[in-house]
Design a protein around this ligand. Structure first.
Ligand code: NAD
Length: 505
């Protein structure tokens, strides 16, 4: 099948540049296992060139010391170009990583909205800096002001599950702040990030402000995270890689923001409306083929309603439209790649071996339209899971839902919080007071009440514990890329007078 986007080189210093070592990686459609294009495989030499280009751009001040109003114009132009190219970008993303086309199109809308939102934040930054009152330091001789300014050159390392959206969550606020960026998308799905560079180029973004280096984690990601030329590393990915990235940045005494994995719980109480609750359970576990950091992949159902609830869930899960993800209406595509498929299948085997009850799924879906190729796993539900099992504790990152039951609210909260992760949590109940109590008690950065997964670029996103630290999106996302500068002015007409004047001779 023909690639929806042209083959690209690395985007460095405003130009398309072949990787120094001349190597490329195949891009394989996970629905068919067919290679349809390739991406450049950058190495440390290319990363050096990208950081140098970003540094030159940053120091020139042509971006970093402009007004937010100026930067916003470019960002709105990029947003519009993303909207105009939506169907091509969505198709590229579906072929690159397997998510259903309707979801990919939705993601492109979110990408455009995010650029527009941070254009507004860039403009608001001008007003914040202009109107910030002096700080009262208790001495009238001094006027102390605080200015927020661009942090510097930032390294952005992103995953494959929302390839362009996760990159945008970092690129948009970084550009709004006035930073210059080196983006290293996941080697599993880089096509739309290269297209972002093309759209930014068309929008006239100054050379060096956004650089995109594609390549593997060890060859391109590791040299970027360890680069001493960066002011910060912003990372989204697994906890294991996050630890390596954080350690590499720490060796240079650079901050690293961490958006990592999760194993979030959804608690369904006995008073929940079954139809609504079941659909949110499915959305929380099977959307994006279950490959979501915030997936509510642990389901806690009140014991009194569990049998009927699970019967309903099983029927609904078995009716999910599994077909070629390029077909409108598809609701579950293949997993991203063979290694991810093997990993998910090994968790399913572990669930069975540990004694959980396989309620549905557990292997290749039976849908005839998908043929025999591709990395498909049917929507899978395990019941009778207990907290010692690996499928309860570890992030699977596939369409696998683990279900346990509870009897009291306190027990449900304790089970939900008993996790090394703390990204998200959800509660479904008809009792608003109970929802409030549970929302307060959940140890995580995001709580959904009577739903699971909705995400808006205006509100903070991020977790606790092994899910990372720092927050993206909203005004918090902008702060990630700002430095706070104190400017203290001596305003007294008098001499400072600490040293006695020399004695008259
Ligand atoms: P990953 O950790 O394998 O890779 C993430 C990125 O890190 C990729 O670009 C990869 O090339 C790069 N990388 C790999 N090794 C590296 C190294 N040694 N040094 C520097 N960079 C390196 O993660 P993934 O499989 O791409 O994504 C899935 C993970 O991302 C899941 O754990 C998921 O929960 C998490 N995630 C979190 C969020 C969030 O907002 N918290 C959002 C999306 C995904």
């Amino acid at each position: 099948m023909e690639a929806p986007v042209p083959p690209r080189q690395l985007y460095i210093g405003g130009a398309w540049v072949a990787p120094v070592k001349g190597q490329y990686m195949p891009v394989i459609n996970p629905a068919t296992e067919q290679q349809f294009t390739q991406i450049p495989a950058a190495t440390a030499e290319d990363v050096d060139a990208a950081v140098a280009a970003a540094t030159a751009a940053f120091r020139s001040g042509h971006w970093s010391r402009t007004t937010g109003e100026y930067r916003a114009k470019f960002m709105r132009a990029i947003a519009q170009k993303v909207r105009d190219a939506k169907s091509v970008l969505a198709r590229a993303e579906t072929m690159d990583m397997g998510k259903p086309i309707d979801e990919a199109e939705w993601d492109m809308d979110d990408v455009a909205t995010c650029f527009d939102y941070y254009a507004g934040q860039a403009e608001a930054l001008d007003a914040r800096n202009a109107s910030a009152p002096p700080i009262d330091v208790g001495m009238k001789e001094f006027e102390v002001r605080v200015k927020r300014e661009a942090l510097g050159v930032v390294g952005l390392i992103t995953p494959w599950n929302y390839p362009l959206l996760m990159a945008t969550w970092k690129v948009a606020p970084a550009l709004a702040a006035g930073c210059c960026c080196v983006l290293k998308p996941s080697e599993m799905a880089s096509l739309t990030c290269l297209e972002l560079a093309a759209l930014a180029h068309e929008a006239g973004l100054p050379a060096g402000v956004l650089n995109v280096v594609t390549g593997s984690g060890p060859d391109a990601g590791a040299p970027l995270s360890a680069h001493p030329g960066l002011a910060k590393v912003a990372f989204t990915g697994s906890a294991a890689t996050g630890r390596r990235v954080a350690l590499a940045a720490a060796a240079n005494i650079r901050p690293a923001s961490m958006e990592l994995g999760g194993k979030s719980a959804l608690i369904v109480f006995e008073d929940a409306e079954v139809d609504k609750a079941v659909e949110w359970c499915m959305f929380g576990a099977f959307w994006t083929n279950g490959q979501i950091c915030s997936s509510t992949s642990r389901l806690l159902v009140h014991e009194a309603v569990a049998p009927a609830f699970l019967e309903h869930l099983k029927r609904r899960a078995e009716s999910i439209n599994v077909c070629d993800p390029l077909t409108p209406g598809s609701r579950l595509g293949p997993l991203v790649c063979e290694s991810q498929y093997r990993k998910v299948m090994s968790y399913i085997e572990a669930g069975k071996a540990d004694g959980a009850t396989l309620l549905t799924g557990g292997g290749r879906p039976s849908a005839p339209s998908i043929g025999s190729a591709g990395y498909w796993v049917a929507p899978t539900v395990f019941a009778g899971v207990n907290p010692t099992m690996r499928i309860w504790k570890e992030e699977i990152f596939g369409p696998v839902l683990s279900v346990a039951t509870f009897t009291t609210e306190a027990e449900a909260v304790a089970l939900a919080n008993d996790s090394e992760f703390g990204l998200a949590g959800a509660v479904i109940s008809a009792d608003p007071e109970r929802c409030r109590r549970v929302a307060d008690a959940l140890e995580c950065g995001i709580v959904w009440v009577n739903c699971s997964q909705p995400c808006f670029c205006y509100a903070p996103w991020g977790g606790l514990k092994n899910s990372g630290h720092g927050r993206e999106l909203g005004e918090w996302g902008l702060e990630n890329f700002l430095s706070v500068k104190q400017v203290t002015k001596y305003v007294s007409p008098d001499i400072w007078g600490w040293y006695s004047p020399p004695a008259a001779k």
